[in-house]
Write a protein that binds this ligand. Structure first.
Ligand SMILES: NC(=O)c1ccc[n+]([C@@H]2O[C@H](COP(=O)([O-])OP(=O)(O)OC[C@H]3O[C@@H](n4cnc5c(N)ncnc54)[C@H](OP(=O)(O)O)[C@@H]3O)[C@@H](O)[C@H]2O)c1
Length: 270
């Protein structure tokens, strides 16, 4: 089976490539820059312009569409780019368009989430058969934020926000199971094993890194913050991930999830 992974250089794309290969897929990967893992056939694709689309989808059976622009122009990339990719996938006769989305996006007023929702609708409205899996925030995503914050002497954080992080490896495992010619439509969402406040997550990270920075509650009086505080980004009845934040912090990222091949994150001291 020929499978296309968009977003090949991203957190999820990086986890998907070796898993799909191990499951016997012929994997083609697409992104604007080449992935560190050069074992798959790479196509340069820009979803904002459509450059590379025809080559990306040629003879493809299944698409796993993991490209996204959360900090960029998500309307152009996630909405218009997904529509462009769907048109190309329809022309290529793709039998399953697998889409990772995000838990709670219909209840959280945030422009990136509105664009994810529009992308989901475009997928469901298109003629291409689809599988949509919403997941909660990845441990890797949360850790990246704390990695950036860790340089500051004090950590101002919206400590009451609640999320239910999940290991990207576990999300990738489910998506690989679904990367088959039979579409599943909308699947139940997938969350990590525990719901945490951001304050809890930050304290766990601080301990794991041997840091002593003060964590300061940052009130953010917005509807987006209130939705996160009220748990709209969580799905506690779908806590199917097994790797806790604590375990993930202790064991670090596995070599396949880290571009430098190192296991674990080095401890720092203050
Ligand atoms: N991160 C989370 O916590 C989380 C949680 C649940 C669901 N998800 C969903 O999972 C999917 C993957 O997320 P992620 O965290 O792996 O994303 P990511 O790490 O930000 O990676 C984004 C990928 O998209 C590619 N990309 C960006 N702009 C592009 C463009 N114009 N044309 C083509 N490719 C482009 C990037 O590669 P280049 O820059 O090289 O082009 C990169 O490979 C997304 O749909 C996201 O919404 C994420």
């Amino acid at each position: 089976m020929q499978t296309l992974v968009t977003g090949a250089t991203g957190t999820l794309g990086t986890a998907l490539i070796p898993r799909l290969q191990a499951a016997g897929h012929e994997v083609r990967v697409a992104s604007r820059s080449p992935p560190a893992d050069a074992t798959a056939d790479w196509v340069e694709l820009d979803l904002a312009s459509g450059d590379g689309l025809a080559a990306a989808v040629r003879d493809v059976d299944v698409v796993v569409h993991a490209a996204t622009a959360p900090t960029g122009d998500s309307e152009t990339v996630d909405v218009e780019g997904t529509r462009r990719l769907l048109d190309a996938a329809a022309d290529a006769g793709v039998s399953n368009f697998v889409y990772p989305s995000i838990a709670g996006i219909d209840d959280i007023p945030y422009s990136y989430y509105e664009h994810k929702l529009a992308a989901e609708r475009a997928i469901e409205d298109s003629d291409v058969p689809d599988t949509i899996l919403r997941a909660t925030q990845f441990h890797e995503f949360v850790a990246d934020i704390f990695d950036t914050l860790s340089k500051l002497p004090v950590w101002p954080l919206p400590t009451e926000m609640r999320i239910q992080p999940v290991a990207v490896a576990e999300v990738a495992d489910v998506l690989v199971e679904e990367a088959v010619p039979e579409p599943r439509g909308r699947m139940p969402p997938m969350g990590g094993p525990q719901v945490h406040t951001v304050g809890d997550l930050a304290r766990g990270y601080r301990t794991a890194k041997g840091l002593r920075r003060p964590i300061v509650r940052l009130p953010i009086p917005t509807a987006t913050f209130r939705a996160f505080r009220d748990g709209k980004a969580t799905c506690p009845d779908r806590a199917v991930g097994t790797v806790t934040w604590q375990a993930w912090l202790e064991n670090g990222r596995s070599p396949s999830e880290r571009s430098d091949g190192a296991v674990g994150a080095p401890a720092e001291t203050t």
